[in-house]
Design a protein around this ligand. Structure first.
Ligand SMILES: NC(=O)c1ccc[n+]([C@@H]2O[C@H](COP(=O)([O-])OP(=O)(O)OC[C@H]3O[C@@H](n4cnc5c(N)ncnc54)[C@H](OP(=O)(O)O)[C@@H]3O)[C@@H](O)[C@H]2O)c1
Length: 283
């Protein structure tokens, strides 16, 4: 039995579907039973609980032998993850797969990257067998900007002219589904990228084609971007973490890895394919 946390989220919901389709037994730890109704209908065992509650963690993990941890980006993420891994040790979990960002770094000014790194360090010295899936930014993040693109014809991000290696969530799920069921990935950390390096200008051009309208990339200042996020209703710490994550990406030079092809045994989804699949949202 594999316990999946974050199962009602973007990656988790697709991962549960994929594992159930291949005949695996899956349990999900969820806060809201209604959100998990479709996963239950597909055959997942649902355990109601909260990552902040130690007693819930032990109950959810009981009888499972593997854990797939998809942590939420919360202010206490590292603490939540460490408590989960401690509970996993108590209940005899033999393999943990953890989703992380590729820029995970204990000294990072970005809270997301810092908290992931703290949890990774804990997991590595926990004595439990682990695999860490560090991924580049998700193509599906561009869905968050679809309203701006549709209404203003712009895509504003503080990315300068840097290149990114976005990956489709469906490829993260493909690799994750293989890794959590094969022993040979234990002790490894994988860096997942999509198939191409793209600037935001190139991404805007590709989105213009599916949207059937010109979308212009605007190199937003970090301050303007941060303020726009706060106006959209997110908390100040979250806005700061998102802004800093893009600023860090704007200074990076990602290298393409062949992990999706090697482990998933298929070519990764291109940005054009992603954009076409989500045409209804962008158009
Ligand atoms: N965005 C990127 O480009 C990127 C790249 C690499 C790695 N990542 C990592 O991917 C992860 C996010 O994955 P995602 O986008 O699939 O997540 P998501 O869609 O934001 O979903 C978050 C999930 O966590 C659950 N959750 C939140 N707080 C909880 C709590 N206290 N107890 C139990 N469950 C709780 C949510 O449940 P509810 O449905 O009840 O809210 C939901 O299922 C993060 O760790 C992020 O750093 C992201």
């Amino acid at each position: 039995m594999i316990l999946i946390t974050g199962a009602t989220g973007r990656v988790g919901s697709k991962l549960v579907e994929s594992l159930l389709r291949s005949g695996k037994q899956v349990r999900v730890l969820v806060r809201n039973s209604q959100k998990a109704a479709n996963l239950q209908a597909l055959g997942a065992s649902v355990c109601l609980g909260n990552l902040n509650r130690l007693d819930h963690l032990d109950i959810a993990l009981q009888g499972c032998d593997r854990l797939f941890s998809i942590p939420p980006n919360t202010i206490n993420q590292a603490e939540q993850e460490i408590q989960l891994y401690q509970a996993a040790k108590r209940t005899g979990i033999r393999h943990i797969v953890k989703l992380s960002p590729v820029k995970s770094d204990p000294k990072s000014p970005c809270q997301f990257f810092k908290q992931h790194a703290i949890a990774e360090q804990y997991l590595k010295q926990s004595g439990i067998k682990f695999t860490i899936l560090q991924t580049n930014s998700f193509m599906q993040n561009f869905l968050w900007f679809s309203h701006e693109m549709r209404t203003k014809g712009t895509l504003s991000l503080p990315m300068r002219d840097a290149k990114t290696a976005p990956i489709d969530i469906r490829d993260v799920v493909l690799v994750g589904s293989v890794i959590v069921t094969e022993e040979k990935h234990e002790g490894k950390t994988y860096n997942l990228t999509g198939p191409e390096l793209l600037s935001l200008q190139e991404i805007a051009e590709k989105l213009s084609t599916v949207a059937n309208q010109k979308i212009t990339y605007i190199d937003a200042s970090p301050l303007d971007f941060n303020q726009a996020l706060i106006r959209s209703g997110v908390s100040e710490w979250f806005a700061k973490a998102v802004t800093t994550s893009w600023q860090i990406a704007s200074k990076g030079r990602p290298t393409l890895t062949g992990v999706v092809t090697k482990i998933g045994r298929k070519q990764p989804i291109t940005f054009n394919e992603f954009a076409r699949d989500y045409e209804a949202v962008f158009a």
